[in-house]
Design a protein around this ligand. Structure first.
Ligand code: APR
Ligand code: ZN
Ligand code: ZN
Length: 361
């Protein structure tokens, strides 16, 4: 039977979000209903509210979540009722060319739930990133659920569903950071700091954190950065070169999404190094590079979409590291809040005071 629960809705462009009653249908074939326990507040939720992603209002926001499977539809084999799961944006097939090449986020055959959640008047909702987890319950494709160790804290586990996975994956999956590498991370918000953690997990010898905010650099140090550079007071490209014996970093991760930092990342790498772009630019942004500089540099220029994660491989592995005390996911949870406080959390995000606010149910 369809159920009515509370959810955070963005009705029209730029308007503050509101709590409204939503209708969650029973799961159809291949679908699951998940009782949400925790959901982080991510920039992308704000982008949806501002109409920056698409115009498919009203949105049910929230997409960085963990919870317990409450019911499953016909033919579901991925998960069972009672499983503790982390949700991901789209179910990937694991078998197409993109998946087999280790870039599952470019999968040719992804799918989300076919049925729709609605408002009580029948208006169909667009769930943020195919999830919609600022709600007591949500309907997803079963393939969007990855079972992990139920002993993990829901707040910490949920973070792997988006920003923290994007950062860790940018270092480990996209950047292929190796033991002894030197890594520079430009922009140390939630995503960049997760990239610092990823670089450390991968055994990087040198991790240079770059930001314009000393508070963020302090956090980066606590998470494993060996050097910090405030790019308001020093040229980051020069500083990174100096700290790497004049060569540049083996892997440079850009986690801001601005033209000047893209350019810094391009020039701060070793001639055979890799640049990983994880910061998302806006449509009007451009950079201009001398072609000879592009030609003269080997290595790779890669963008990282969702940390190139394969949820079934990466979520349980990272939760194991967390449970062993080798991955401090709790450090990313600045505060836990109630469902009513999402709008306030958006404001705090603007001031740069939080790595993550997490809604607890
Ligand atoms: N140079 C260095 N750091 C900068 C600069 C700059 N010119 N401008 C901003 N920053 C820093 C900020 O001080 C902040 O610490 O970049 C960081 C951005 O962090 P957040 O705003 O917390 O954003 P985050 O959630 O980490 O996402 C970063 O990745 O996934 C994308 O869409 C996301 O583009 C965004 C980026
Ligand atoms: Zn997100
Ligand atoms: Zn695939």
């Amino acid at each position: 039977m369809a159920q009515q629960v509370q959810g955070v809705i963005a009705r029209t462009k730029g308007e503050p979000v509101r709590i409204e009653t939503i209708v969650v249908p029973d799961p159809g074939p291949g679908e699951a209903v998940v009782r949400i326990q925790a959901c982080g507040v991510c920039h992308t939720d704000l982008h949806y509210r501002e109409g920056g992603i698409n115009d498919d209002f009203p949105f049910l926001l929230g997409h960085e979540a963990a919870g317990v499977v409450e019911s499953v539809g016909e033919g579901v084999t991925e998960v069972a009722v009672g499983d503790f799961v982390i949700l991901n944006w789209r179910a990937v097939c694991g078998q197409c060319r993109a998946c087999l090449r280790g870039r599952p986020q470019y999968c040719f055959d992804t799918h989300n739930a076919k049925q729709k959640m609605t408002l009580t008047d029948g208006t169909e909702l667009s769930p943020a990133l195919g999830i919609g987890a600022f709600a007591e319950k949500t309907l997803v494709a079963a393939g969007q659920c990855t079972k992990v160790d139920p002993e993990a804290s829901p707040a910490a586990a949920g973070l792997l569903g988006c920003g923290v996975m994007a950062g860790i994956g940018a270092a480990i999956n996209t950047g292929n950071v190796g033991r002894g590498d030197s890594v520079a991370v430009i922009g140390c918000g939630g995503v960049g700091n997760a990239a610092v953690v990823g670089a450390r997990l991968a055994g990087a010898a040198r991790i240079i954190a770059v930001d314009i905010d000393d508070k963020k650099l302090e956090t980066a140090k606590g998470l494993g950065a060996t050097h910090t550079v405030n790019s308001r007071s020093a040229d980051p490209v020069e500083a990174i070169r100096e700290l790497t014996g004049g060569n540049g970093a083996d892997v440079v991760i850009e986690a801001v999404g601005r033209p000047e930092t893209y350019e810094q990342a391009f020039y701060a790498r070793d001639l055979a190094g890799t640049v990983v772009l994880v910061g998302v630019p806006t449509p009007e942004m451009k950079i201009e590079l001398p072609l000879l500089d592009v030609f003269g540099r080997g290595g790779a220029l890669k963008s990282s979409w969702y940390g190139d994660c394969l949820p079934s491989r990466d979520f349980p592995m990272l939760i194991d590291l967390y449970r062993q005390g080798r991955l401090d996911l709790d450090a990313f949870v600045t505060e836990t809040i109630a469902l009513e406080d999402v709008e306030k959390a958006f404001e705090r995000m603007h001031h740069g005071d939080v790595l993550r606010s997490v809604v607890m149910f």
